[in-house]
Design a binder for this molecule. Sequence first.
Ligand code: TXA
Ligand code: MG
Length: 316
Amino acid sequence: MQTLVTNRPEEAARHLNRGETVAFPTETVYGLGADAFNPDAVAGIFRAKGRPSDNPLIVHVASPERVGNVATEISDDARRLIERFFPGPLTIVLKKRDAVPGIVSAGLPTVGVRCPAHPQAAEFLRHCHHPVAAPSANLSGRPSPTDWQTVEHDLGGRIGCLLRGEPSTIGLESTIVDCSVQPPLLLRSGAISLEALRELVPDLQIATSCRKGETPKSPGQKYRHYSPEAEIVLVETPPETLPTNKPAAWIGFSSPPQGAAKSLQCRDMKEYARELFSFFRACDAEGIRTIYCELPPEKGIGQAIKDRLVKAAGRG
Ligand code: TXA
Ligand code: MG
């Protein structure tokens, strides 16, 4: 398959409306979209990514008003979250409408809905005739892509079109809140923090999938995710030196230990989040065998960074 690369949202939408798979930028990570109401098109997403079919997809809408096109029984909590955080890096799980085929929801009675704030994504979605089902645009089991070059590397020749944009500004996938249950459940942490969510939904619970070593509530959380080929070592404080028998890398806030073959010292948590997945990818490309990662404070987006680090270390 020839993958057309374009920077024109309208052109990308034309491909999607024809039933093709189209990768597009969002502020969190790049997504791989297909017409959510066209089961054959959606099957193309699973094929291109090598994604297990029991892992449901998030449906993307062009504006908050369109949530009702794919979901029903929108609770007061959900309405408050939509009003405050849509468009933005939040996904809300709600009871699905019949128009959403089972292949999108992996047979679940619910659907995850997101309205991205990214201007190109918003324009693309406005030109699409239907809502757009989209997981992250990586090969299954690889870190989510935060720039178009990585999408091309993973999926070039496997998808119809790639909408080329700037690198994602957040760099970690959306926060997911399940509002189809009472009390609502945080299924995945992201840029919208637990603290911010609890201002609107004080009784929000944390799903066991967000806690270490427990059974996941969100189907996707059971798969090994965000895994570079290198071994991940999580540290509270940096060691003075890294072993030099195998190339090792460092990412964190502290200055890099001696012996680091590659390093990234982040100024703040935003930078850590934004750069983490592309750092993992670059380490793999350069043959790094161990990546030492400094654990961030568990507040704000630090929760989400920690969650991805723990998963990458194979402990989540
Ligand atoms: O930021 C993001 O959310 C990106 C961009 C492209 O929007 N998308 C993304 O999709 O990260 P994906 O497929 O890589 O992760 C979606 C997660 C999976 O863990 C999946 O199991 C969960 O959302 N999910 C989707 N629908 C669900 C549902 N109805 N109930 C529970 N979990 C659901
Ligand atoms: Mg993904």
